[in-house]
Design a protein around this ligand. Structure first.
Ligand code: GLP
Length: 262
């Protein structure tokens, strides 16, 4: 895993956006796996800026989001459909037909999840998957205990996640208790995974994910099994990493030998 530590949230977001932009320039019809949450907002803002000011083209891009709350529709202001539209889709030239999220209102959940997985495969798989991390070390909505081979499915959210998400809803009762989420196994099939983490409240989860044992207790730790992961962290999120000085040294060396963007 490549660990890139930035001095600020802005620098972290710009570095991640730069990587995604270079992916799109190399392969304009890339399939992107996208994430919600506050962490990727800076990356989306930067991508929107690059589209506007530098002509970064999304016309052939296909996107698949990690997850969606179960029980709320795409027009609900807290749905992930709504979030993606507000924070990225409407600011760039993606064809709305190429934007995919799990169906939070699916009647036949199993069938809908299977179709979601099939459509990722039909489009050649995910080239770059963006991920945030929950305070309990989850990726997407793969809560602690999720199988590391899991596929897209309905997941019951743990209390900590429900209360973390409560800040977006008027009352605790309104917070969805279920979500449809890509599985850890689905995520691990992406060709390149970008993990983003910012702020001191993520430092424990980041440490366990990157340097702890691979365990279903911290589903992000499964990323250690993947051949190509880049973790973009700000200093606060990286604070508890044992080898943070080494990771910084690696980046300095890459810079020195012209390998920084590889
Ligand atoms: C939710 C999402 C995750 C996200 C996490 C952290 O659980 N399903 O994909 O990584 O929240 O969100 P934030 O970036 O707001 O801390």
């Amino acid at each position: 895993m490549r660990v890139r530590i930035s001095n600020s949230y802005f620098d972290m977001s710009s570095a991640a956006a730069k990587l995604i932009a270079s992916q799109l320039r190399n392969k304009p019809d890339s399939v992107l796996g996208l994430a919600t949450g506050s962490t990727p907002l800076g990356t989306y803002r930067e991508l929107a800026r690059m589209h506007k000011e530098e002509g970064l083209d999304f016309s052939l891009v296909r996107t698949f989001n990690l997850d969606e709350y179960y029980g709320i529709g795409p027009d609900h202001p807290q749905s992930y459909h709504y979030f993606m539209n507000e924070n990225l889709i409407k600011h760039v030239n993606i064809d709305p037909r190429n934007v995919h999220l799990p169906d939070g209102l699916a009647k036949n959940i199993e069938e809908s999840c299977r179709r979601y997985e099939d459509s990722i495969k039909e489009r050649g798989g995910i080239d770059v998957q963006l991920l945030g991390i929950g305070r309990d070390g989850h990726i997407a909505f793969n809560e602690p205990g999720s199988s590391l081979g899991s596929r897209t499915r309905l997941k019951t959210l743990i209390q900590e996640t429900v209360s973390d998400n409560a800040r977006f809803f008027k009352t605790l009762d309104e917070v969805p208790r279920f979500a449809i989420t890509m599985g850890v196994g689905t995520i691990l099939e992406a060709r390149h995974i970008i993990l983003l983490a910012s702020g001191g409240e993520k430092a424990d989860a980041v440490k366990l994910a990157i340097e702890g044992p691979v365990t279903t207790e911290i589903t992000a730790s499964a990323l250690q099994l993947h051949p190509k992961v880049t973790a973009f962290l700000d200093v606060a999120a990286a604070d508890k990493l044992k080898r943070k000085d080494y990771y910084k040294y690696v980046e300095e060396m890459r810079q020195k030998f012209g390998q920084a963007d590889v």
